[in-house]
Design a protein around this ligand. Structure first.
Ligand code: F0G
Length: 453
């Protein structure tokens, strides 16, 4: 039987299927989200795992990419590989983080650092696939709303093609490193007066009616690419499957894609054990958490989502239903952490030599919180000190240096309005692990005195 791919509506009561050649992002019949499914695919786990490992020795650009190396799991036929747009993404390490483990209370902690990608965030795993599909479809212009990383990634991949990149960003609300990238990569960068959720609604509306292909994670091709984070992780771990994967939650594409690939791997016999997915949100931008704790069947949105971790400042996440499905399938959970917890966790990761942007540090902050409250609560949140845990760090430290410097200068505020000089400050955070630069005379004696050498 030949392999083919289809869109399928995630709403079981609908379940309609559509051709992948259509430019659709949600079910034309019931407006629910779409999955991509493979029909007729039979992969032998032992043989496939060996092939994947062998490809690491190859210099072929498809094998060098940490996404396309896993192409059996992606919705393209062999003939379509000629469309691939790659920047050699993936190949991100799994690192031990002993200080962070101690900070949490765990015996050990592994981090998978997706911030070491070409554009500095996990988005590249999905973007190489979505831009490839856009090219295959012959799109002239693609668009996304973004808190910064999606736009940086989309702009980079589009710069490798003839497609025009149009990004919608909430004005004044994305970190400078990310804005700099979109500008440098030549994207048309539209600063929208309003927050991410407003920008998302706008671009969704426009792309539905005009010749703008939508590249947010509502586009199932993005999630297909992000599945390879788990494939790469398991390959790196020699298929010794961890107990738990912890991931920040924003628009909820990442957690959704992990849930999907874990389901597929289990179905195909690649894994026996399914790691629990734990999603961590910032307490000021916690719609998934609110939805779960109220057992609501509809999303409980957050009107004016707020967090200094601007990447995840999202009140109406598009993929929330898929994230709920991922948590149900993996017996996982979602929790929240406050700004202080995020800031300190980020500094502790830094002391392990592992920088990241604030949103990524929610993972370590969340683990610490769950570890300490979990003694008496539900099994899905109870963390054992011996657990094999992987925290997924999603963005590079240099995306948002202002946050880090302010933390170390003991000058980080939950709310601060800057206009060249600070005009308003409130609710200062503690810089518990501050490491401020030290002013000193250019004099050897003074320096030696200071260093106590
Ligand atoms: N971490 C970082 C660094 C992010 O940029 C994002 C999302 C997330 C975590 C959350 O991932 O949305 O899949 O749940 N950034 C998007 C953007 C929204 O526009 O760059 P998610």
């Amino acid at each position: 039987m030949k392999t083919s791919f289809l869109f399928r509506c995630i709403n079981e009561a609908c379940g309609r299927e559509f051709e992948l050649s259509q430019k659709i992002y949600q079910c034309p019949a019931c407006a629910d989200l779409l999955d991509i499914i493979q029909v007729g695919k039979v992969l032998d786990p032992i043989r496939t795992k060996k092939t994947l490992r062998k490809r690491r020795l190859s210099m072929d650009s498809l094998n060098v990419s940490g996404v396309w190396r896993y192409r059996e799991f992606l919705p393209f036929t062999k003939k379509e590989w000629k469309h691939v747009v790659t920047l050699g993404e993936g190949n991100n390490p799994v690192l031990e983080a002993p200080r962070s483990a101690r900070y949490i209370g765990l015996k050990q902690l592994k981090v998978k650092h997706l911030g070491w990608n070409p554009s500095g965030s996990f988005k590249d795993y999905g973007m190489t696939v979505a831009v490839t599909q856009a090219r295959k479809l012959g799109c002239r212009a693609v668009a996304c709303a973004s808190t910064g990383n999606t736009s940086a990634s989309m702009a980079a991949y589009c710069a490798r093609t003839d497609m025009k990149a149009v990004v919608f960003i909430p004005e004044g609300q994305i970190a400078y490193g990310k804005l700099a990238q979109a500008l440098d990569y030549g994207a048309k960068t539209l600063q929208i007066k309003g927050n991410f959720d407003a920008a998302m609604e706008l671009v969704r509306d426009l792309s539905g009616k005009h010749d703008l292909y939508l590249m947010n994670s509502v586009n199932p091709f993005r999630l297909e690419g992000q599945k390879t984070v788990m494939l790469e992780l398991f390959d790196q771990l020699d298929w010794r499957i961890p107990d738990r994967i912890v991931v920040p939650g924003g628009n909820l594409g990442n957690s959704s894609s992990y849930g999907k690939v874990l389901y597929e791997l289990k179905q195909m016999g690649f894994i026996e054990k399914v790691p629990r997915i734990t999603v961590i949100q910032a307490s000021g931008a916690d719609p998934l958490y609110r939805t779960l704790v109220t057992s609501s069947r509809e999303l409980v949105p957050v009107q004016d989502a707020w967090t200094l971790a601007s990447a995840i400042k999202i009140g109406r996440p598009i993929s929330w239903k898929k994230a709920v499905r991922a948590l149900q399938f993996t017996d996982g959970w979602c929790d929240v952490v406050n700004e202080q917890e995020i800031a300190d966790a980020k500094a502790v990761l830094g002391l392990d030599g592992i920088g990241c942007e604030p949103a990524s540090a929610t993972t370590v902050a969340g683990l610490k919180k769950l570890f300490h409250i979990s003694r008496t609560t539900l099994p899905e949140v109870t963390i054992d000190p011996d657990e094999d845990v992987v925290a997924v760090l999603t963005g590079h430290q240099l995306k948002d240096p202002e946050y880090t410097v302010n933390y170390h200068l003991n000058n980080l505020y939950e709310h601060a309005v800057y206009e060249n000089v600070v005009v308003e400050k409130a609710r200062k955070l503690q810089s518990t692990y501050a490491n401020a630069p030290i002013p000193v005379e250019a004099d050897p004696e003074a320096i030696l005195r200071l260093l106590e050498l």
